[in-house]
Design a protein around this ligand. Structure first.
Ligand code: PMP
Length: 434
């Protein structure tokens, strides 16, 4: 690329021409120029192993050749008609999703992003139940539209000061001071109470099976089964937001499978397009049939996104990425747990498959957030892109493309150990090694 302007000018243009609400990682951010599978390259062609996959999106790898080839073929053939004309890729994708979705989830509505998918799922629940309100978990994240923001429980992402007050938040089934079973019981207790008092006004409860932005939170195995049973008693639907967890990320095609629960509605986005914008939600015949008033998304189900998504599903299946995520996830988690045993400042390691979080200084989260920023900067300088999340932004997030190699993980763990051990007096002072 001859016209590359470099990181400084990109920052300047962002500042001048874009909204100040968006932020970026790193004190010295590189300009990312190209990607190939698990690697990203900056303007100097320095390679980085990507352990964040563009926030859990690029599961099949950057610019995956198989997916790119299929996408380009479709771009050259027919790009857009809107759903008012008949095209085949959209219906083929819907049929394909029905085959891999759990239980009797078989009807799909296509749109363009995660927020839009959840917005539609919430609307479908209202139309089916004829009820208005929602239940959501503290510290969940479901999107940026008004309705999805109103069910988002992370204060920093509730940007709109005038959100509708139609959501009942209950504690999430995780609390640093409790066992998972105790935290699940606390959450279920609150759910029982809300349902007893308000059940006849509540359309749905929306959950992430494993909270992503909230810090990679895996509930006790029985939690969602009990949630679903309680909701059913009050004709309240369960919406599983699998936008971050879907398509093999957690070592199952969908994370709800780990909990043995088939939700009433399941929303998807991110990895389904491997970088191409797509979102959708799927449900049963009965619920879909209640959504019969007109609705349409101009780009939803367009031939290009649909063909890309089918190529993604082909690739996940052919390369057995779900199993790979499970297997390599274990290696990653075990390696991070070993580090936890060595360093006091690592207060938790949690996750499933290739969705693993490492909490830093959980007992002093503000310092933990500063430490996380320092660690991701040092790791970037060593050629590894690590994410971060958590309510207090003190959780390192490891969510690499599922095509990552064992050797990438081993090298990253060794670099992380170096960063934890050497050179960072500040971290040491914060909490000496055990
Ligand atoms: N739900 C979850 C669980 C997410 O992680 C996100 C985005 N990080 C969204 C919804 C919103 O998706 P989008 O940014 O595509 O609108």
């Amino acid at each position: 690329m001859d016209n590359m302007i470099g990181a400084d000018q990109i920052l300047q243009k962002r500042k001048t021409f874009m909204f100040p609400c968006t932020s970026h990682f790193y004190k010295q951010p590189p300009q990312m120029v190209r990607g190939h599978m698990q690697y990203l390259y900056d303007e100097k062609d320095t390679p980085y192993v990507d352990f964040f996959a563009g926030v859990s999106v690029v599961a099949c790898g950057h610019c995956n050749e198989h997916i790119t080839r299929e996408t380009v073929k479709q771009v050259e053939t027919l790009q857009h008609t809107s759903t008012i004309y008949l095209t085949q890729p959209m219906v083929d994708l819907a049929e394909r999703l029905a085959r891999i979705l759990p239980g009797d989830l078989k009807r799909t509505f296509f749109c363009n992003s995660g927020s839009e998918a959840n917005e539609g799922a919430l609307l479908a629940a209202r139309l089916h139940t004829n009820k208005r309100d929602f239940i959501a978990l503290d510290f969940g994240l479901h999107g940026r539209t008004s309705l999805t923001m109103s069910v988002t429980g992370i204060p920093m992402w509730r940007t709109d000061p005038y959100l509708e007050k139609n959501t009942h938040f209950i504690p999430r089934p995780f609390d640093g001071g409790m066992t998972l079973d105790e935290a699940a019981e606390k959450s279920l207790q609150a759910l029982r109470q809300v349902l007893a008092e308000k059940g006849d006004t509540i359309a749905a409860m929306i959950v992430e099976p494993i909270q992503g932005n909230g810090g990679i939170i895996v509930p006790a195995r029985h939690y969602f089964q009990e949630v679903h049973a309680l909701l059913k008693q009050h004709n309240v639907l369960l919406i599983a937001d699998e936008i971050q967890t879907g398509f093999g990320r957690t070592g199952a095609m969908f994370a709800m499978e780990h909990f043995g629960v088939v939700p009433d509605i399941l929303s998807m986005a991110k990895a389904l397009g491997n970088g191409t914008p797509i979102g959708c939600f799927s449900t049963t015949d009965a619920i879909a049939n209640s959504f019969n008033r007109p609705s349409a998304s101009t780009f939803g189900g367009n031939p290009v996104s649909s063909v890309t998504a089918m190529a993604v599903l082909d690739y996940i299946e052919q390369e057995k990425l779900v199993r790979r995520s499970h297997k390599l996830g274990q290696l990653l988690k075990d390696g991070l747990l070993e580090l936890k045993h060595k360093y006091n400042f690592i207060t938790d390691v949690r996750g499933m498959g290739l969705m693993v979080g490492m909490e830093i200084l959980g007992d002093a989260p503000q310092r933990g957030a500063e430490a996380v920023d320092m660690i991701i900067e040092c790791m970037k300088n060593r050629g590894f892109i690590i994410g971060k999340n958590g309510v207090n932004r003190n959780v390192l997030a490891f969510q690499p493309p599922l095509v990552i190699h064992e050797s990438n993980i081993r090298r990253m763990l060794s670099a992380l150990e170096d960063v934890c051990t050497g050179g960072h007096a500040w971290l040491y002072e914060a909490s000496p090694a055990k």
